[in-house]
Design a protein around this ligand. Structure first.
Ligand code: GLA
Length: 440
């Protein structure tokens, strides 16, 4: 690889994220409140004259992967890191004009970074975004960050997850010192200042929620349950004579329905049972073929008939968590950090009880954090493992970190370092591309 001798070389920085309120709301068309963290993916890059990409990782330099920028880019086996690079680049290819496609040039990339992997801080979306930015930079193409964030949300489906758009938007659009209130379909983002005097601390449960394995299935099942819940709601409204044709739950907040959150919650309670077995779902929807095709779409094959679909419970969480985002934004603007912390605690309870994405290890971490004086503590991101996010008074942050470390990791052998388990983080800026000439 010849990055260092190329005079057009550049560096892309793309941060991870932590989410404070609104979990699994994004793909339902409802808001979230994350922030970028000061841990990031770094990609050294240089344009090439041909349409090839050669990428390697600083931690495994012997494993360089080369591929042609010809659509569709063939995938590596599920879970391979290069698929995140390919996802970003396929997303860019899909967005090019015909003449841009004909002239596309590849790049050499060297990937490194400081975001711990597989802990739910979105290192994979940061890599997707960084790769797309590298390809755009190598071809001197500008994209408004908001358009790129929308494209990258879709692009990441290449890797097999049916995620929403929170991670890519937080990575591209965040602003230092701020959380980011994000709305979807269409994507909108507004910074919300984190009040002085409070600090965000992240605790790692040490349970790895790898997107390539069971957690990926569990995540996709949640997204599918929400999809079925929409179909059930539509059928319920049709029966009442409303020819409702909405795609996502969040559409019901918009014209012509204009529901408020309390009405939405009442409608979901009335229309949906907590849970449906496969045959119950078929008779409630009256269209087994559509169900089978959706199961396939979300990567469930013949195992679908053994699943149950907790549509009512899932929407109970989604509606309340989205409402917490709206309320939480207001409380932050009023500097009511105690009230905000209470919303975080409630968010954890509903993620555990109704969305069922917590784990005992995450519950224990949140309980310990509250005992140690956290204003609020909850799981963050997809769930099923990964991290908790905690809001603490800044002048207590160091004591809090030490106390969490001593009480929660004392029995872990070998004992992991505190910097890797109880992380201090400041809200950081979104992704940036820097020309090599301006790097110190
Ligand atoms: C993952 C997905 C996001 C979002 C969260 C849960 O991080 O990538 O789109 O759905 O889970 O809030």
């Amino acid at each position: 690889m010849t990055i260092s001798s190329n005079t057009n070389r550049f560096t892309v920085y793309a941060p991870g994220r932590v989410n404070l309120l609104g979990e699994h709301t994004d793909y339902n068309g409802l808001p979230v409140l994350p922030m970028a963290i000061d841990r990031r993916i770094r990609v050294y890059g240089a344009p090439r004259m041909d349409a090839m990409v050669a990428a390697s990782r600083e931690d495994i330099p012997q494993e360089s992967v080369e591929f042609a920028l010809r659509s569709p880019i063939p995938k590596h086996p599920q879970g391979h890191w290069i698929n995140y690079v390919k996802a970003g680049m396929q997303g860019v290819l899909d967005s090019l004009t015909q003449s841009e496609t004909q002239e596309i040039r590849g790049c050499d990339l060297m990937v490194s970074g400081t975001i711990p992997q597989g802990v739910g801080l979105s290192s994979s979306s940061a890599l997707v975004v960084a790769s797309a930015l590298a390809l755009l930079k190598a071809n001197r193409i500008d994209r408004p960050p908001i358009a790129l964030a929308e494209q990258m949300a879709e692009a990441e489906h290449y890797t097999g997850t049916r995620g929403g758009g929170m991670d890519q938007a937080a990575c591209l659009l965040s602003r230092a010192g701020h959380l980011l209130k994000i709305d979807f379909f269409p994507l909108r983002a507004a910074p919300v200042s984190l009040p002085d005097g409070v600090t965000v601390v992240i605790c790692d449960s040490l349970i790895r929620a790898k997107k390539s394995e069971t957690a990926l299935k569990a995540y996709n099942l949640r997204a599918l349950e929400c999809r079925f819940a929409v179909l059930l709601l539509r059928r319920f409204l049709h029966r009442k004579g409303d020819p409702a044709d909405f795609q996502r739950l969040g559409d019901l907040l918009l014209p012509p329905w204009n529901l408020g959150y309390p009405e939405l919650a009442r409608l979901a309670e009335e229309a949906l049972k907590d849970s449906y077995g496969y045959s119950e779902l078929c008779s409630a929807l009256g269209d087994e073929e559509a169900i089978r095709s959706l199961l396939l779409d979300y990567s469930f094959d013949d195992d679908g008939e053994n699943l149950s679909f907790a549509c009512g419970k899932r929407f109970r969480h989604v509606i309340r968590d989205a409402q917490r985002v709206e309320l939480g934004k207001r409380l932050l603007q009023e500097r009511n950090v105690r009230g905000f912390g209470r919303l975080m605690n409630e968010g954890h309870d509903s993620a555990r009880n109704d969305f069922e994405i917590s784990r005992p290890e995450l519950d224990r971490l949140t309980e310990a954090a509250r005992e140690q004086g956290a204003l609020g503590s909850r799981l963050t991101g997809a769930g099923f493992g990964g991290c908790t996010v905690n809001l603490v008074y800044s002048d207590e942050a160091e004591r809090f970190r030490q106390a969490m470390y001593e009480s929660c990791y004392a029995m872990t052998q070998p004992k992991p370092p505190i910097e890797e388990t109880v992380l201090n983080t400041d809200p950081a800026d979104g992704a940036q591309v820097v020309n090599e000439s301006s790097i110190c």
